[in-house]
Design a protein around this ligand. Structure first.
Ligand SMILES: [Zn+2]
Length: 219
């Protein structure tokens, strides 16, 4: 198997966490459509994550798919299938992070708050430090918010054993969804590799999530 780009990015991340910039800003000139490092990243939309910088990516190196949580959602799977089969990527990197907002609510709580449940409004207000304003209407979509499983905690709570476990559960669920998808090959000549990480927003460092492992409990 070819050398893993992911391992090179981990070395880049060590440099980044020490304050050394690798990503070069500015227009790089004409480039091919296929990502040159053959990598696709799925990461949270959190404003504190600069994916190019924290991995040391240059323009043209990788696909970067971002959403709330860095969740392997239907749409992330859609992007990964296109990324691999049409644009030749073969390494997938999942990035969740400490202090993620997806630890601070549940799908049921957010839906109830949006629909007008006063108890949910109050709890969401306490969790986020922002007056939660209900819309008092129902909606069929989104069908899920994909909040992380487990006991909710205040927004932006520092890392601890429990929330790191909740983050790892969701990284593993994402890895499992990719590794078991019928349209994402993980063996043979067209195989894709998948590795998952938690990025610590307080240190700038990536920590790998072991897989397989527990997927989580609601307790
Ligand atoms: Zn996040």
């Amino acid at each position: 198997m070819a050398t893993s780009m992911t391992d090179q990015f981990l070395k880049n991340n060590e440099q980044y966490s020490r304050g050394q910039a690798i990503h070069k800003p500015g227009y790089p000139g004409k480039q091919p459509i296929q990502p040159s490092k053959r990598v696709a990243v799925v990461a949270c939309m959190d404003a504190r994550l600069d994916v190019e910088d924290l991995l040391g990516l240059q323009t043209g190196d990788a696909h970067i798919i971002r959403n709330a949580g860095g969740v392997v959602s239907d749409d992330a799977i859609r992007c990964l299938i296109i990324s691999h089969h049409l644009l030749n990527t073969n390494e997938i990197i999942l990035i969740h992070h400490t202090r993620c907002g997806m630890l601070a609510f549940t799908d049921d709580l957010l839906k109830a708050g949006l629909e007008g449940d006063p108890a949910a409004e109050k709890l969401l207000g306490q969790a986020t430090g922002r007056a939660f304003m209900s819309c008092k209407k129902c909606a069929a979509t989104p069908s899920a918010f994909h909040a992380f499983r487990g006991q909710i905690e205040p927004l932006d709570a520092p890392r601890d054993v429990k929330n790191m476990e909740r983050l790892a559960w969701d990284v593993r669920r994402g890895m499992s969804s990719i590794l078991n998808h019928p349209w994402i090959p993980t063996s043979g000549p067209d195989a894709v590799t998948v590795r998952g990480f938690i990025y610590d927003v307080d240190t700038g460092r990536l920590e790998e999530v072991n897989y397989p492992g527990p997927m989580g409990s609601i307790g």
